[in-house]
Design a protein around this ligand. Structure first.
Ligand code: PXG
Length: 442
């Protein structure tokens, strides 16, 4: 049936991303402003942002110092190409970021989104092996249910069927590890489940045995699984993954787009879990999302290989018109300063248990079949109604919004990501609204 114009014709020109456009345009939810923990809608309602925008407005909305930095920058140096020219802020921000990563993860390549960061990291891995004399290493390994943005590289290593099935043959030579989750064994676990990580990593050894390590470039995983509904790896999983990849000369990429800059109560997942990958992808909280920005951080051997292995000229044929855009960098420097000045990572660490207790108090509420948490990130699984995937979780999302709380539904899950400055009194209304909402839907 042809789509008929909605009652809101002025809304039809904007084709909205990852949104049921028909349903939205019948009943739009429009924000007009935001400050701190709250959005204000065009009807003047206040909505408590329990998802940090989209895992990204970590320091709260319109942070005064970030807004001021962007305003000042806009009238000082609006744009500078990153190809053959630079501006001081870009170098400064790269240093501030590198200082927060473990090991010799020291070199930062700027992009404009997480998707671009992922495609950049995959290209970096392939080119690294080639320059290093191992050009046969071309295979990439992702994971079932993984989300690595929407570029062709990202959806190829990603493992969410709807993000893949419409788009043809994708990249060739990609394998996927199993999703490291077993609802029967681990439902309602606080923090990382205590199951044997090899249950999910033997498959990596099988893939290596099948193709031979000499054909495999990199493994990419989200250290904490975000988009699929906030799931944690079993204890020891990331350490074991590091051991296996290192043994076989395979690069390990952590997609830290949501985990870096405080979400776990640490600077990043690599530090939190004590596991150092070869490359991390970053975005979102890097500059509080006030201007689009992403980045890739690579370790010393990768950077050195590119620089030493190229006789003269460009070492990496890759980059974006807006790489290290001055406004994004200004926001980044102000955001990074705020993380330190406001001791955000420690604040999250200190209040993670309070959030955990609140979230797990929902156990026993109707429809909730699992609750997961780490730092200021939470995930719920919602039982399907009449076998229809996602419908009840979506109703819960709508009901919570009616009650003044913005969370996120993805399939049969609800994800909660409070703004990292939230105090216990700000977390309480999130939990009580979810409790009320889950009791009110059918
Ligand atoms: N990697 C990861 C791990 C992400 O979470 C991206 C890459 C892509 O970033 P960009 O900036 O290109 O969007 C993301 C993005 C959700 C949700 O529902 C999460 C994201 C995007 C949309 C929805 O959790 N994360």
């Amino acid at each position: 049936m042809k789509h008929t114009s909605s009652k809101n014709d002025t809304l039809s020109a904007y084709w909205m991303p990852f949104t049921p456009n028909k349903a939205f345009k019948e009943e739009p939810r429009l924000y007009s402003s935001a400050r701190g923990l709250y959005y204000t809608t065009t009807e003047g309602r206040k909505i408590l942002d329990a998802f940090s925008g989209l895992w990204c407005s970590n320091l709260g909305h319109c942070h005064p110092k970030i807004s001021e930095a962007i305003q000042n920058q806009a009238s000082k140096l609006d744009y500078s190409t990153a190809f053959n020219f630079g501006h001081e802020g870009a170098f400064e921000l790269a240093n501030v970021i590198a200082d927060q990563f473990p090991g010799d993860l020291n070199h930062v390549f700027f992009t404009n989104s997480g998707s671009e960061a992922v495609d950049t990291a995959l290209k970096m891995a392939l080119a690294y092996h080639r320059i290093n004399g191992e050009g046969t290493r071309t295979r990439l390994i992702g994971r079932v249910n993984g989300y690595h943005g929407v570029g062709f590289g990202g959806i190829s290593v990603g493992g969410m069927v709807n993000n893949r099935k419409f788009f043809g043959s994708l990249l060739s030579g990609v394998d996927h590890l199993p999703f490291p989750y077993n609802s029967e064994k681990t439902a309602f676990t606080r923090g990382e489940p205590d199951t044997d990580p090899m249950e999910y990593l033997t498959e990596l050894e099988n893939i290596i045995a099948l193709h031979d390590a000499s054909t495999i470039a990199a493994v990419i995983v989200e250290p904490v699984i975000g988009s699929a509904g906030m799931f944690l790896p079993p204890k020891g999983y990331l350490k074991k993954l590091r051991e296996i990849t290192k043994k076989h000369g395979i690069l390990l990429i952590f997609d830290e787009v949501i985990t870096a800059f405080g979400r776990l109560g640490a600077a990043n997942a690599a530090s939190y879990f004590g596991v150092t990958p070869d490359i991390c992808t970053l975005a979102k909280g890097i500059n509080n999302a006030a201007v689009p920005m992403g980045a890739v951080i690579a370790d010393e051997k990768i950077y050195d290989t590119f620089l030493d292995g190229t006789k003269a000229g460009v070492e990496f044929f890759h980059g974006y018109t807006y790489s290290a855009h001055p406004l994004a960098v200004a926001a980044g420097l102000a955001a990074q300063k705020a993380y330190q000045e406001e001791a955000i990572y420690d604040h999250v660490k200190a209040n993670a248990k309070y959030f955990e207790d609140g979230l797990h108090s929902l156990k026993g509420s109707p429809h909730i079949t699992d609750i997961r948490n780490i730092g200021f990130a939470g995930g719920l699984t919602i039982a399907q109604r009449d076998g229809i995937a996602g419908a009840r979780a979506y109703d819960l999302f709508l009901k919570a919004y009616e009650l003044g709380i913005a969370v996120r539904s993805n399939g049969d899950t609800i994800a909660i990501a409070p703004i990292l400055t939230s105090q216990p009194k700000d977390l309480d209304p999130i939990i009580s609204a979810l409790s009320k909402a889950v009791n009110e839907i059918n």
